[in-house]
Design a protein around this ligand. Structure first.
Ligand code: VG1
Ligand code: CO
Length: 542
């Protein structure tokens, strides 16, 4: 039976950088999930009889919310929902399913790299028919609906067996439980030369892939071990767990330290990679070489033709504003377009749809291409394997030669997590107020050339997104960027990004923190991080 239930709005359902993210107890409040899902549908038009894709990263509360979304989708008139078996679909796999089966859109349940569990994080995100995160126009409309909602429609007593493949009916709507891995694995096979990758593993090349007890476990097992013949044991922590084993499923030098240490040890594997909670991030480590995500985008762009799916070349590259300019130099040399967007994958969608770019990347361990409309962790890993196989060189040699050819962009990000929101806002406000007076001043021996609050003019649809981060540019090309995170769930997270370009290969072997020391000090001098937040040190350095 379908019921219409009276409800009252919540005032905090504003989607952030990547959907709505809150602590599980917030989502567990009566009507909280129902309101948000109904608000998504209320903001959309023309989905009656159409298909919705549904899946998540398997974290705590995933299975319950899957049933709720099914019940609301049935009551709102969707014709069909394709749901990943066990409620599982990695973010890039969901994007692929939406595109491949020409669905109306999809709902992805994930809080990505944030921890999971009864007191940790959960998230809901809507993706449009291009397979990409809803653009701001839609997320703004969802928020507006959520503030005015008076009722939601729901089918009673829905309890679909999501572990069993096949199709069942719910109030006239079909629910098809699909294999979450198959379509994705086929897509990867269409882009990369699997024979060449099999030969790489046959030759004795050893890698470790850490799924961090999150969603890429089954994808990594199937693709790396089953299809590519990597030895058993290549995949680590491949059982998705609702609490990710109590860890942060965040592939970086802090949370994937063990993998990093293993690869760096003499007896360890040649290559290491990790992915995050929902499978869209990647970390790449070669022996003796951690690859920064910004460099990764640049190296993939420079070597793209080595993968069959990109043999014809790439049309352009896009990177988020805080991402280093390493890829810009490659684009310049290739004579292709280069775009700088605000943080968050939703800003790449238009550029990809219009064919202006083939590759996109973010400094936050995100890389992707036009094959889907999300960043894609395992895809990036396969791309690196393809480059290593084709060039017959180590990751370290590939990166070192890249720097010699293009110069090196030293890069680091400092995160100050769980800062009191008022203090973080005050810091940004004070900084914004003095932007006009900064140019020409000297800080720690650096001369400020330009300072602004980044706003993006979308070249495809003309939309404008303001206040996307404060940039302080110095003479010589170095810069510091300040912005507040849009994915955190408690207090505010201040992110500070530092970058320095170095053309001289003789100076490419410096420790990153040392190479950026003056910029790090200048960032504090300019923004008063310590005095505003009371934090002498960041919580995480990547
Ligand atoms: C962070 C990253 C951003 C990324 C976003 C979603 O956002 O900085 O680059 O797109 O997470 O990634 P923020 O607003 O906290 O800086 V994921 O893998 O969490 O979906
Ligand atoms: Co993610």
């Amino acid at each position: 039976m379908i019921r219409t239930v009276a409800t009252k709005p919540f005032d905090d359902q504003k989607p952030g950088t990547s959907g709505l993210r809150k602590k599980v107890p917030v989502f567990q409040q009566p009507h909280y999930v129902e309101n948000f899902v109904q608000s998504i549908f209320d903001a959309l038009d023309g989905f009656k009889g159409k298909t919705l894709v549904l899946g998540g990263d398997g974290r705590f509360y995933n299975r319950e919310v899957i049933q709720t979304v099914l019940a609301i989708a049935a009551a709102n008139g969707f014709g069909k929902v394709m749901v990943g078996q066990g409620g599982i679909l990695s973010t890039p796999a969901a994007s692929n399913v939406i595109r491949k089966y020409k669905a109306f859109g999809g709902i992805i349940l994930s809080a990505s790299h944030n921890p999971g569990g009864p007191h940790e994080d959960f998230g809901i995100k809507y993706n449009a028919e291009n397979g990409g995160p809803a653009p701001e126009k839609i997320t703004d409309a969802i928020f507006a609906k959520s503030k005015a909602i008076k009722e939601f429609r729901i089918a009673d007593g829905v309890e679909v067996d999501i572990d069993k493949l096949g199709t069942v009916k719910v109030e006239g709507m079909s629910v098809e439980v699909i294999d979450p891995v198959k379509d994705y694995a086929e897509l990867m096979e269409s882009l990369f030369d699997f024979d060449a990758l099999r030969a790489l593993f046959k030759s004795g090349f050893r890698m470790a892939f850490d799924s961090m007890h999150a969603v890429t476990g089954p994808y990594g097992k199937e693709i790396l071990e089953n299809r590519l013949g990597a030895p058993k044991g290549t995949c680590r922590n491949y059982h998705p767990l609702p609490d990710f084993g109590g860890h942060h499923p965040d592939p970086n030098l802090v949370h994937a330290k063990k993998l990093y240490d293993d690869v760096m040890s003499a007896a360890g594997p040649d290559f290491g990679a990790a992915s995050d909670g929902d499978g869209d991030r990647n970390m790449i480590v070669g022996k003796g070489m951690f690859v920064t995500p910004s460099d990764s985008l640049a190296v993939i762009a420079a070597n793209a033709k080595l993968a069959p799916g990109y043999a014809k070349g790439i049309s352009g590259v896009a990177r988020s504003m805080p991402t280093s300019a390493a890829a810009d130099r490659v684009a310049e040399k290739l004579g292709i377009g280069c775009y700088e967007t605000p943080t968050g994958w939703k800003f790449f969608g238009n550029l990809l749809d219009a064919g202006k770019v083939t590759l996109c990347g973010e400094e936050s361990f995100g890389t992707g291409s036009s094959h889907v409309r999300e960043k894609d962790g395992l895809w990036a890993v396969l791309f690196w394997l393809a480059i290593v196989a084709a060039r017959g060189e180590s990751v370290k040699d590939i990166v070192t030669k890249h720097w010699a050819a293009y110069g090196r962009n030293y890069y680091s990000r400092y995160d100050y997590e769980e800062v009191e929101s008022e203090k973080a806002s005050a810091l940004m406000k004070d900084l914004g107020a003095k932007l006009g007076s900064l140019p020409g001043t000297k800080v720690r021996g650096l001369t400020v050339e330009k300072a602004d609050d980044f706003s993006y003019h979308d070249p495809v649809d003309g939309s404008v997104s303001e206040h996307q981060g404060i940039r302080v540019m110095f003479a010589g090309g170095s810069r510091v960027v300040f912005r507040l995170s849009g994915t955190g769930t408690s207090g505010a997270t201040l992110r500070v990004y530092m970058e320095r370009y170095e053309a001289d290969p003789a100076k490419h072997g410096i420790d990153t923190q040392e190479a950026l020391a003056d910029l790090i000090a200048a960032a504090d001098d300019i923004a008063g991080i310590h005095s505003h937040t009371g934090r002498p040190k960041p919580s995480v350095i990547t």
